[in-house]
Design a protein around this ligand. Structure first.
Ligand SMILES: CC(C)(COP(=O)(O)OP(=O)(O)OC[C@H]1O[C@@H](n2cnc3c(N)ncnc32)[C@H](O)[C@@H]1OP(=O)(O)O)[C@@H](O)C(=O)NCCC(=O)NCCS
Length: 170
């Protein structure tokens, strides 16, 4: 049996978020999460975190925004780390690997900026595939009620060590 030729990767452009992208990113996030997004525990973090547009990533097909991953600077146990989210891909464009590419690019940008870890709140069933794992025990503490199994961390370097402490302002 002969092997099928590999599918070419879809033509998308990944770029860090520019000021003029903000409205399109906000609209995509609103479509993906609906009004309930403000009740999320991650939203409490974003109220005090420092937005990092240079680490945030947008996926474009021409002028059309297909996905986004926003990044924020916070402190966990005295260490400066990045917090990821919201993260969304436009309905109709999902399951094509764009999400995984956005996460990979955001983590590369954070590593290149000297960050040690990325923290997020999400499903380990998804984020486990892209390098994240549940913070052991209650090591990383969110500033509000959260299912602790959804508090996920990815170390960006081999010697980054474990994170421990409250997610707090920089
Ligand atoms: C999560 C999301 C960004 C993934 O984007 P995507 O471009 O479809 O992601 P990928 O193509 O890299 O991965 C798709 C795979 O992940 C799976 N997947 C998606 N969400 C999942 C979840 N919550 N748990 C487990 N698996 C999930 C899909 O079923 C698919 O599986 P397959 O490869 O076996 O077919 C997209 O589904 C989305 O925007 N969802 C709504 C917003 C959201 O929930 N964001 C995450 C909040 S933390």
């Amino acid at each position: 049996m002969s092997a099928q030729p590999a599918e070419p990767a879809p033509a998308i452009t990944l770029r860090s978020e520019r000021p003029q992208d903000g409205a399109a990113v906000d609209a995509l996030i609103a479509r993906a999460f609906g009004p309930g997004r403000y009740a999320k525990s991650s939203e409490r973090v974003r109220e005090f975190a420092t937005f990092a547009p240079e680490l945030s990533v947008c996926a474009w097909s021409g002028e059309r925004l297909l996905g986004c991953a926003r990044m924020w600077r916070v402190r966990v146990g005295g260490r400066a780390v990045t917090f990821l989210g919201p993260f969304a891909v436009e309905l109709g464009e999902r399951n094509a690997g764009f999400g995984a590419r956005l996460i990979a690019r955001a983590c590369e940008a954070a590593a290149a900026a000297g960050e040690s870890h990325v923290v997020l709140v999400g499903d380990e069933a998804y984020f486990g595939r892209v390098g994240f794992a549940a913070a052991p025990g209650r090591a990383v503490v969110m500033p509000g009620p959260v299912d602790q199994r959804r508090v996920l961390v990815r170390a960006l370097t081999a010697d980054a060590g474990e994170l421990a402490g409250m997610v707090a302002p920089l």
